[in-house]
Design a protein around this ligand. Structure first.
Ligand SMILES: [Zn+2]
Length: 277
């Protein structure tokens, strides 16, 4: 996730970083207020589609290993890095591909995480998922402060959301796979997560406010969901031309039609929540 403009006056301590690195855009507050009236209706309608929380919990409690076959786990080749990692931009199909579970916690995994942090800091990001550097595996790294040596570096392997708040907030988000594109995305204010660390140890963590935002953005990448999938049509219209420009850039570079086109997107955004994770 790219650093984004903070729309809320927040007591959260990381807001100082956001304000420092990404100054408020002119008109942000008026845009936020206009968006709020529609977003309230949106969140109510989306909540009706959300699966019962118990179903999400039951799914999570089945555990990491028993419900996956061996071909769903990454091989050493899936993790091997041949050349310096680069950010994959929309609409590269690697961003929509299935991301394999990690079953082996070795030096290849540590090297991947290290290099992902390098790319993230180099590109002024605050979070990065493995598919964004061309690796279709369940690994994300983030540091909500976005500066090496400051804040806390977090690596989550095979993460699963087990709870999320009913309270949702809009936020002006960016994504390293969509350079210079920012728009409002609604997400739950807090999430509880089961994951494994870089050594394979399982742990549970609860994220709130900005770290919860960064986590959810990267978690979506691991499910093949991109941030514009969660935007209302009204918000999407504000970046439609930018997405088309990325599609054209991809077609010019690859010489093939874009694998997806924003103008053929289904009319409703992805539902808020994690029922399909
Ligand atoms: Zn992203």
């Amino acid at each position: 996730m790219a650093g984004a403009t903070l729309l809320h006056s927040s007591p959260y301590t990381l807001s100082s970083f956001v304000a420092r690195r990404f100054s408020l855009q002119p008109g942000s507050y008026s845009r936020f207020h206009r968006f709020t009236s529609t977003s309230c209706r949106l969140s109510h309608s989306l909540r009706r589609n959300k699966p019962p929380r118990l179903a999400v919990l039951a799914q999570a409690r089945r555990g990491f290993s028993s419900k996956f076959s061996s071909d769903e786990f990454a091989s050493p080749d899936d993790l091997y890095i041949q050349e310096p990692l680069k950010i994959v931009e929309y609409p590269d199909p690697v961003l929509r591909a299935k991301n394999k579970m990690i079953g082996t916690f070795d030096e290849n995994l540590k090297k991947l995480a290290d290099e992902m942090f390098d790319v993230m800091y180099r590109t002024d990001g605050v979070g990065l998922s493995a598919p964004q550097v061309g690796k279709n595996v369940q690994v994300m790294v983030f540091n909500p402060v976005g500066v090496r040596g400051e804040g806390k570096e977090i690596v989550l392997v095979n993460p699963r959301v087990t709870r999320y708040s009913q309270k949702v907030l809009p936020y002006n988000e960016g994504c390293l796979s969509f350079p210079q594109i920012y728009a409002d995305v609604e997400r739950p204010d807090s999430v509880k997560v089961d994951a494994q660390d870089i050594n394979g140890a399982t742990f549970t963590v609860r994220f709130t406010r900005f770290p919860a935002r960064v986590f959810q953005h990267e978690y979506d990448h691991l499910q093949g969901i991109l941030f514009f999938d969660r935007m209302s049509d009204k918000v999407l219209d504000s970046i439609r031309k930018d997405l088309e420009a990325l599609e054209k850039k991809y077609e010019d570079r690859i010489g093939l039609p874009s694998p997806e086109k924003i103008n053929t997107r289904k009319s409703s955004p992805a539902a808020i929540g994690f029922g399909n994770s």
